[in-house]
Design a protein around this ligand. Structure first.
Ligand code: 5GP
Length: 136
C-alpha cells in the first residue's frame, strides 16, 4: 500500500517544520497556513482517522494539541483556537492518517470559515437522541 504523506513525514522522506516529537506523537506546521501557527498533530503509528485510533493513543495526540493551543494563546497572541479533526472524505479529510488541526484565531475569519447553520427544522430530536444513545 502507498504510504500517505504523513507517514512519509514521520519517516523523514518529506521535510516539515517540526514543533514537537516524542516516541508516539509528532507535531508540525501545516504547509498551508490557514492562520499563523496552524499546526497538525499526528500519531506516529498509522491510523486512518479519529474514529479508528485506540483511545490511549488518541489521548496522547490530544494532549499535544492542547499544549500547542495553549502556546498559541500565550506566545503567538491568538485570541482563540479551533481544534479540528476531519473523519473521512465526506467530512473534508484529504490525508488518510489521523491528524488534529490546531488553528490559532486572531481577528475575524482570516483564512478559516466555519459556519454551523441551524438545520434542525423537521428533525425528530427525541428519536435521534434515542437512536444514538442505545449504542453508547
Ligand atoms: P485534512 O483536509 O485531511 O483535514 O487536512 C490535511 C492537511 O494536511 C491540509 O491542511 C494540508 O495543507 C496538510 N498537508 C498536506 N500535505 C502536507 C505536507 O506535505 N506537509 C505539511 N506540513 N502539511 C501537509
Amino acid at each position: 500500500m502507498e504510504k500517505d504523506v504523513f507517514c512519509k513525514i514521520i519517516d523523514g522522506e518529506i521535510p516539515c517544520y517540526k514543533l514537537y516529537e516524542d516516541a508516539d506523537v509528532l507535531a508540525f506546521l501545516d504547509i498551508s497556513q490557514v492562520t499563523k501557527g496552524h499546526a497538525l498533530v499526528i500519531p506516529k503509528k498509522h491510523y486512518d482517522n479519529f474514529l479508528s485510533i485506540p483511545q490511549e493513543e488518541m489521548h496522547k495526540v490530544m494532549d499535544v494539541a492542547q499544549r500547542i493551543g495553549q502556546v498559541a494563546i500565550k506566545l503567538l497572541g491568538a485570541r482563540g483556537v479551533n481544534i479540528l479533526t476531519n473523519c473521512y472524505e465526506a467530512a473534508g479529510q484529504t490525508v488518510k492518517h489521523f491528524h488534529v488541526h490546531v488553528i490559532p484565531r486572531y481577528e475575524g475569519n482570516e483564512g478559516f470559515i466555519l459556519e454551523m447553520k441551524n438545520n434542525s427544522e423537521g428533525l425528530n430530536l427525541p428519536a435521534i437522541a434515542k437512536e444514538i444513545k442505545k449504542e453508547l
